[in-house]
Design a protein around this ligand. Structure first.
Ligand code: HEM
Length: 485
C-alpha cells in the first residue's frame, strides 16, 4: 500500500517493529508462531497470483480517449457516438493469444485488441483481434481449438501435430490461417497493427431501426510487421518487446492513435448476401459495404499499476450499451457467456466494482454482498425490486429492439460452406515476395508434423483456395499433390 508517511505498517495498519529479522527463540531460533507480521507477510505472498487468462494471458494496457469525428446517429443511438467532438475515456489491452503470462511477444499469433469505452450509459467493450476473421465459426469448437494451440498434456510442449490436425479438419480456419502465416502474423509492435471487432454486431437508432455493423480500427502509425528472423532473435533477447515499446512510446508523449471505421449493412441484406454475414470466418467486401469513419482513439496514459489495471481488467463482448446489440453470430453468442464466467472465476464475483472495470457512469442495481465486496455495498438502501421505497427502476425505452426469429431448432452449421474463395482472394492479392514468405512460413510450421496424412489434408485446402498456393506448399514439404489422403 502507498502511504504518506515512511513508517512501515502491517496490513492492519500497526507499525512494524522489525522487517529484517523474524522473532526467534534466541539468535538461532526456532521461529515463534506469534510473529504474526511474518505469518501475514508469507501468507499474503502465497496468494499474490490470480489465474492467468485461459487465452490472451500475456498483454499490455493503456488509457486513452475516443473522439467522435463523424455523425452516425442515423445508425445508432449509442450515447458515446451522439455528437461530433464528443470524447469518451477508454482503456485498451493488447495481447498475444496462445502463450502464458511470461511468454514472448514477438511470436506468430493473432493479437488481442480489447477496448473498453467508459460511456455515460455504462461500459461498452469491443473485444476484438488484429484480424478481421477467426479460425472457427461456432463457439462449441473453441475449447478444442485452444487445446490444439496450447501444450501437450504429457510433454507440456507446443504440438504442431495438434495445431495442423485441428486446422486441416476444420477448413473454415483457412482464411485466418492464411492471415496468420502471412507477414501480418508478427506485427512490429502493438502500435503498428489494425484492430477489428471481427463479429457482426447490431446498431439500433433512436427510432428503433437496426443495421448490421462491423468495426475496423485502422492504425495511424501504419502497418509494420517483423521479419521472422528478427522476431525470433527478439523473442530470446527481449520477450517483452511489444509491452516495452507501447509503454515507452506513451511515456515519451508519442501517443499512438487509431481511426475507427464501420461497415454498415442493411438488416435485410443478411438474407441474400453471398456469404453469411454472421460467419466470423468471412469478411464483408468493402466494395459492397465501404468503410465509414466514426472516430479516433488516442492512447495517452500508461497504467499506474500493472496488476490493478491490466491483469484485473475484465472485457466482455456482452458489455453492450443502448444502441449496440448482439447479432446471431454463433461465436459471439458463445462469447456472451464465456467472458463473464471467466471474470467471476479469475477476478471474482465483484470484478465489475474494481476501479479499472467500474463504469464512470452511475451504477445502481440490486446485486449485494459476495466475496471482496469492498465498496459500501449499497449501504442501507433498498435491496430488492419491485419495491415501494424509490429504488432504481428499469427503463423500458432502453430495451434491445425486438426482432423476429424463425427456424427449426437443431445442431447445424451455417448454410454457406465456401471456405476457399476468400482465402484464395487473399493469396491472389499478395505480390510474389509476400507469397514466397507465406509459403516459407507455412512450410516451416508444418515440417515438424509427423503424419503425412495431416499435411496432405491441409495442402488440399490450400490447393482449393488457389492451385498455386497448394502446389507451392506441397513442393516446400517435398510432397506430391497426387498422394492420397
Ligand atoms: C480472452 C473465450 C473467441 C478475443 C478470452 C478469455 C476467454 C475467451 C475465456 C479470457 C477472459 C478473461 O479471463 O478475462 C473465448 C471464446 C471464444 C472466443 C469461448 C469463442 C467462442 C474470441 C474471438 C476474439 C477473441 C473471436 C476476437 C475477435 C479475445 C481477446 C481476449 C480474449 C482480445 C483478451 C481480453 C483481455 O485483454 O482481457 N477469450 N474467446 N476471442 N478473447 Fe476470446
Amino acid at each position: 500500500m502507498k502511504t504518506n508517511n515512511n513508517h512501515l505498517t502491517t496490513s492492519w495498519g500497526a507499525p512494524v517493529g522489525d522487517n529484517q529479522n523474524s522473532m526467534t527463540a534466541g539468535s538461532r531460533g526456532p521461529t515463534l508462531i506469534q510473529d504474526v507480521h511474518l505469518l501475514e507477510k508469507l501468507a499474503h505472498f502465497n496468494r499474490e497470483r490470480v489465474p492467468e487468462r485461459i487465452v490472451h494471458a500475456k498483454g499490455a494496457g493503456a488509457h486513452g480517449y475516443f473522439e467522435v469525428t463523424n455523425d452516425l446517429t442515423k445508425y445508432t443511438k449509442a450515447a458515446f457516438l451522439s455528437e461530433v467532438g464528443k470524447r469518451t475515456p477508454m482503456f485498451i489491452r493488447f495481447s498475444t493469444v496462445a502463450g502464458e503470462l511470461g511468454s514472448a511477444d514477438t511470436v506468430r499469433d493473432p493479437r488481442g485488441f480489447a477496448v473498453k469505452f467508459y460511456t455515460e450509459e455504462g461500459n461498452y467493450d469491443v473485444v476484438g483481434n488484429n484480424t478481421p476473421v477467426f479460425f472457427i465459426r461456432d463457439a462449441i469448437k473453441f475449447p478444442d481449438f485452444i487445446h490444439s494451440q496450447k501444450r501437450h498434456p504429457q510433454t507440456h510442449l507446443k504440438n504442431p501435430n495438434a495445431v495442423w490436425d485441428f486446422w486441416s479438419l476444420s477448413p473454415e480456419s483457412l482464411h485466418q490461417v492464411t492471415i496468420l502465416m502471412s507477414d501480418r502474423g508478427i506485427p512490429a509492435t502493438f502500435r503498428h497493427m489494425h484492430g477489428f471487432g471481427s463479429h457482426t454486431f447490431k446498431w439500433v437508432n433512436a427510432d428503433g431501426q437496426g443495421v448490421w455493423v462491423k468495426y475496423h480500427f485502422k492504425t495511424e502509425q501504419g502497418v509494420k510487421n517483423l521479419d521472422v528472423n528478427l522476431a525470433a532473435k527478439l523473442a530470446g533477447e527481449n520477450p517483452d518487446y511489444h509491452m516495452e515499446d507501447l509503454f515507452n512510446a506513451i511515456e515519451k508523449g508519442d501517443f499512438p492513435a487509431w481511426t475507427l471505421y464501420v461497415q454498415i449493412m442493411p438488416l435485410e441484406d443478411a438474407n441474400t448476401y453471398r456469404f453469411d454475414p454472421f460467419d466470423v470466418t468471412k469478411i464483408w467486401s468493402q466494395k459492397d459495404y465501404p468503410l465509414i469513419e466514426a472516430g479516433r482513439m488516442v492512447l495517452n496514459k500508461n497504467p499506474e499499476n500493472y496488476f490493478a489495471e491490466v491483469e484485473q481488467a475484465t472485457f466482455s463482448p456482452g458489455s453492450f450499451v443502448p444502441g449496440v446489440e448482439a447479432s446471431p453470430d454463433k461465436m459471439l453468442q458463445g462469447r456472451l457467456f464465456a467472458y463473464g464466467d471467466a471474470h467471476r472465476y479469475r477476478v471474482g464475483t465483484n470484478h465489475a466494482a474494481l476501479p479499472i472495470n467500474r463504469p464512470k457512469s452511475e451504477v445502481s442495481h440490486y446485486q449485494r454482498d459476495g466475496q471482496m465486496r469492498f465498496d459500501s455495498n449499497g449501504g442501507g438502501s433498498v435491496y430488492y425490486e419491485p419495491n415501494s421505497y424509490g429504488g432504481p427502476k428499469e427503463s423500458p425505452e432502453k430495451k434491445p429492439a425486438a426482432f423476429e426469429l424463425s427456424g427449426q431448432a437443431d445442431s447445424v452449421a451455417y448454410e454457406h460452406n465456401d471456405h476457399y474463395t476468400q482465402a484464395g482472394d487473399l493469396y491472389r492479392l499478395m505480390n510474389e515476395e509476400e507469397r514466397a514468405r507465406l509459403v516459407q512460413n507455412i512450410v516451416g510450421a508444418m515440417k515438424p508434423v509427423d503424419k503425412d496424412e495431416i499435411k496432405l489434408r491441409q495442402i488440399q485446402h490450400f490447393y482449393k483456395a488457389d492451385p498455386e498456393y497448394g502446389q507451392r506448399v506441397a513442393e516446400g514439404l517435398g510432397l506430391s499433390l497426387t498422394q492420397e489422403v
